[in-house]
Design a protein around this ligand. Structure first.
Ligand SMILES: Cc1cc2nc3c(=O)[nH]c(=O)nc-3n(C[C@H](O)[C@H](O)[C@H](O)COP(=O)(O)O)c2cc1C
Length: 192
């Protein structure tokens, strides 16, 4: 498939429809290497990856269930079975979860915003690289990405932030088209 055809047909397949096989160690390394080939002002590489595989996916899901219960208790409400089930299986479908972490810190020349944009570009490249190796990936955040205790459990420190959980595996279903913006609605010609 040529690049234009790929870009005009590429779509995310939901993580619920991803399963094994996932990337082996070499393929995973290739995906992360391709994803890191990203525009990056100042060559700061303000991102890092955390891999969650095997039984650790269930362990992370279980930790999130415990957190969700604690948060609900603080709010004086009880979780439904459906809410618990959803979280308990969040990380268990796709065989590989790549946690993309923004490691942006204040810099004398490169604004934080630009560092965070670079991490975002790595995120898009993670989707492309996964596709290039014959897999599929979904970029998810959900509440877990913003929960300080989940972040600490994953080993984030200081001002590090989760840019996304990338669920990578083999699709069990084809993509469904999704509405896209009409660029004429969002494009103007600047004139003096
Ligand atoms: C930063 C970020 C976080 C996202 N988090 C979620 C999420 O938590 N839940 C969800 O359903 N979709 C989330 N999405 C959206 C999907 O991953 C994806 O954008 C959507 O399915 C369409 O993707 P496509 O253009 O590759 O088909 C997120 C997207 C981005 C960029």
């Amino acid at each position: 498939m040529d690049l234009k055809t790929y870009l005009s047909s590429r779509r995310t397949i939901p993580s619920a429809h991803l399963s094994g096989p996932g990337p082996d160690q070499q393929q995973c390394n290739d995906i992360l290497t391709l994803a890191s080939r990203t525009p990056d002002h100042g060559k700061l590489a303000p991102w890092r990856f955390i891999l969650v595989t095997g039984t650790e996916r269930q362990a992370l899901s279980d930790f999130c269930v415990a957190r969700q219960k604690a948060i609900a208790q603080d709010e004086g409400r009880t979780l439904t079975e459906a809410e618990i089930d959803k979280t308990a299986t969040t990380f268990t479908k796709a065989p590989l979860i790549v946690v993309l972490v923004s490691t942006a810190v204040e810099h004398p020349k490169i604004p934080l915003w630009e560092q965070e944009l670079a991490a975002g570009a790595v995120g898009m490249n993670l989707l492309h690289a996964s596709n290039a190796l014959g897999f599929s990936a979904q970029w998810l955040s959900a509440w877990m990405a913003y929960d300080p205790k989940v972040c600490a459990k994953l080993g984030l420190t200081g001002t590090e932030r989760i840019a996304g959980f990338f669920h990578i595996g083999t699709p069990q279903e084809g993509p469904v088209e999704r509405a896209r913006p009409d660029v004429s609605d969002i494009t103007t010609h600047w004139s003096t």
